[in-house]
Design a protein around this ligand. Structure first.
Ligand code: CMX
Length: 439
């Protein structure tokens, strides 16, 4: 064992006690008010959920257990041991769960634990191989996670009548098994959708990300570094985003982690959320193709023109704007820095940079979006494409692997803290009209 489970078992009683006492002492204090705009407008920024693993500041961006992305890059163990290399997702997972920065030895033993759990149940591979051509990779991923649910420890122990005090333990087993099995599932989807269906053998001498890249068919160590960064920065973005919230909501019914994660992936698959990263690359390639056809150069002026065409066609600029953030997403910045280090002369990176120079101005002039700056999805495709990973309708699957790390860590604490069924109140328009008459 990696010692992670034992550490969590040590940490849990104090956390459970603290929350109980905090509720007892402060339970009736008011932390927020709700306007009708918020009620109608997607509950934007209403504080109504407990989420321990990360917190988002509109100006500064995300902190994972209090650490910014540059801090994680310094403090979390990396694969090579060389300063400046990217943090390993296994280390981030330890941090998200415990709030503590793990040692390299702890991270390595967690990697080994994950490798030991990776074998897929026999029915999943033939199912993926049998999916119809053209089924979106996110639909395949969500379905495959559901198919893995036959192995849920939580579901089988619940059926046997397990005690509430054991939910955390069954959730722990499920989340590790699930994370361990995602690389082969995703590699199968990738190789069957775009290639001949042959998947490289599992390599447990590598870390999680290294083996995953190898199974995808990408052996370049620089691509493995990118994957480590990619999984880390996509893991968690506090609880209110659609994918994280979905996992938390579905889990609150005591649906097991497989059912919860599959639901989470369905939310991530929407174009306003995780699918935006595939849309961004499509938009950039469309821009390149149109300018080439018209014999024009890529300049701030021609990009501006193309952006206005998109906006006038009633579409959004993918990769820009955010429901919470009001500045450039630090997840964008970290990918930009990766590009400056590894692919400074790539033409598509240069294009992304020029888009970054002009787009905030265009969106400000357009005057609708509250945040004219780029989000995480604006940059990832360029990096992946540089390493020959150009099947862009697969990009959200990679986001999904990252997101699984964050939402499962929180799901563990949901069950460990005994958080209840989530059930906000809805009202009708008639109710609202009566409310206005009477107030
Ligand atoms: N391009 C054009 N218009 C935009 C825009 C963009 N990038 N971002 C927001 N707007 C528009 C909205 O569509 C909305 O218009 P309507 O009033 O006509 O409905 C208006 O500006 C106000 O929106 P907002 O309050 O600024 O943003 P929301 O909180 O409603 O939505 C988001 C946030 C991300 C869905 C939105 O900015 C968007 O659609 N961006 C493009 C898609 C994208 O990149 N999504 C990925 C986000 C990160 C992730 O989850 O992965």
């Amino acid at each position: 064992s990696s010692g992670l489970k034992e550490r969590l078992q040590e940490l849990m009683p104090a956390q459970q006690e603290a929350l109980k006492n905090f509720k007892k002492e402060h339970g009736s204090k008011i932390v927020d008010k709700v306007t009708i705009d918020q009620l109608v407008g997607g509950a934007r920024s209403i504080k109504c959920m407990l989420w321990e693993t990360s917190l988002l500041d509109p100006l500064e961006g995300i902190r994972f257990r209090g650490y910014t992305i540059p801090e994680l890059q310094k403090k979390l163990p990396n694969y090579s041991g060389k300063p400046g290399d990217e943090p390993m997702p296994e280390g981030l997972f330890w941090l998200l769960l415990t709030g503590e920065i793990p040692t390299k030895a702890q991270v390595d033993s967690l990697t080994a634990d994950l490798h030991s759990r990776a074998k897929l149940p026999a029915h999943v591979e033939p199912m993926i191989r049998g999916f119809p051509k053209g089924m979106h990779p996110m639909t395949q991923l969500s379905s495959a996670i559901l198919a893995l649910q036959t192995e849920s420890v939580f579901a089988s122990e619940y059926a046997k009548g397990t005690s509430k005090t054991k939910y955390w333990e069954h959730t722990y087993e499920d989340m590790l098994n699930l994370l361990a099995r995602l690389p082969e599932v995703c590699a199968l989807i990738y190789r069957c959708t775009y290639f001949d269906g042959k998947v490289a053998p599992y390599d447990s001498s590598l870390d999680y990300s290294g083996n995953f890249c190898k199974m995808l068919g990408h052996d370049d160590p620089a691509f493995m570094e990118l994957m480590r960064l990619y999984i880390v920065i996509h893991s968690d973005h506090e609880g209110g985003n659609a994918s994280a919230h979905t996992c938390h909501l579905v889990g609150s019914t005591l649906s097991d982690p497989y059912l919860s994660l599959s639901a989470c992936m369905n939310a991530l698959a929407g174009p306003l959320h995780g699918l935006a990263n595939q849309e961004v690359l499509g938009w950039l390639l469309g821009l390149q193709a149109q300018l080439k056809e018209q014999g024009k150069d890529v300049t701030p002026e021609t990009i501006t023109e193309f952006a206005w065409e998109t906006l006038k066609a009633g579409k959004v600029i993918p990769g820009y704007g955010h429901a919470v953030l009001r500045k450039t997403d630090p997840r964008y910045t970290s990918q930009r820095e990766f590009a400056l280090k590894h692919l400074p002369h790539d033409p598509l990176f240069k294009l992304v940079n020029t888009v970054y120079e002009v787009m905030p101005g265009v969106l400000t002039e357009h005057g609708k979006t509250k945040n004219p700056y780029p989000n995480v999805d604006s940059h990832s495709g360029v990096l992946l494409k540089y390493y020959g990973f150009h099947h862009y309708d697969f990009y959200t699957v990679l986001f999904g692997i990252g997101r699984a790390y964050g939402v499962l860590a929180q799901l563990f604490w949901d069950r460990a803290l005994g958080l209840p069924l989530e059930r906000p109140k809805s009202v009708t328009s008639e109710w609202l009209n009566n409310f206005i008459k009477n107030n």
